[in-house]
Write a protein that binds this ligand. Sequence first.
Ligand code: RM4
Ligand code: MN
Ligand code: MN
Length: 427
Amino acid sequence: MQLDKNQIRLLNDQALPEHRESFEYLSQRLKAQNLEADKLIRKIQEFQVAIPSWALGTGGTRFGRFPGGGEPRSLEEKITDVGTLHALNAGSGAISLHIPWDIPEDVAKIKALATEHGLLFDAVNSNTFQDQPEQERSYKFGSLCHTDARVRRQAVDHNLEVIRYGEMLGSKSLTVWLADGSSFPGQMNFRKALQRTLESLKEIYAGMPKDWKLFVEYKPFEPNFYHTVIQDWGTSHLLASQLGDRAFTLVDLGHHLPNTNIEQIVATLMMQGKLGGFHFNDSKFGDDDLTVGAMKPYQLFLIFNELVAGMEDNQSANPSPAWMIDASHNLKDPMEDLLQSIEAIQLAYAQALLVDRDALESAREDNDPVLAQEILQAAFRTDARPLIAEARLRAGAALQPVAAYRKLDLRKNLVLERGSKSQATGL
Ligand code: RM4
Ligand code: MN
Ligand code: MN
């Protein structure tokens, strides 16, 4: 199902008078602060966030799963769903595949379909955290860190295979997230496990095409509860540094212990030119996979404040990070959740673009925390919604994506087309 642009236009027409009024007002306010709305809109339009293929179905917890129906049954249908999201918000122009959940059978057809929807293939993700039915050896006690060289071999080979799939589709990076670790004190030799992981990653790194990047994700807990081999950004950075120039750290917002200063991690990594990828989600306790911005929008803004500072810093050698939403949905319609997430990301980005950086820098140099806070919060408290709505409008997308999704009855149509019992591969 391809969304008809005319339907979006008709809905936009209804919301246009009110939008015009608020956009006009905001543009004037921004102008008074020497900010050009047109320039900001272009930046917002350029900021594209990849949708992971596993986010289109219902997730669930280990206690249960409550699917909503109409889930994509194939990679083609997943691409179509991301296409629908992109048609509505013009901000999710890429898809990130997880192998083996999304093995492309007919590469030419998959590529053509993605192009039809204006989508690129972002980082490919390997999966050595589950055993697959046809798999010879188990990852129960780890993969790249395993004590048995044959298990490590299998895990390395899997990653090399994922790279091959990515190459066929035009991806330029591989994300490695490992569930490796231990659940009981004494179970694993920390040093040996890390050393073996490094050796395995070296092989994967060597197997990447020369224009590819390797993203090393970290996580302090889950599914292992005592130790994870790559527990934090420091461990990831250590590995990335030893691997080489094309290895980077990947920050996933849900992969921190409560109250970790993630914005500081972002600043440090960007200063080192080592922030490669970014996974968005929100949480209260851990890796909760909640809608981006649902819980801590100010923290998201502070993180974007550092991301923007890093991206605008000409001295920093940090390449533009690969942006992706990483969430799996338990209660909401996944499509609505993703629309809300993209909106929250764009909003935080737009607000971070409004920060008066020169004034902030002098407040810092003058050791004036009061003024620094005024400057940051002036940007955070600006209602930037008309700006991102205008960015969408100019790109032919919906002024109000969630409302449009509902008014067009898109979930109902998906259920009619795919049935109420269809189940997507993924978590
Ligand atoms: C992990 C991690 C990875 C994602 C898997 C599905 O917690 O965030 O990025 O690939 O979940
Ligand atoms: Mn992640
Ligand atoms: Mn995660």
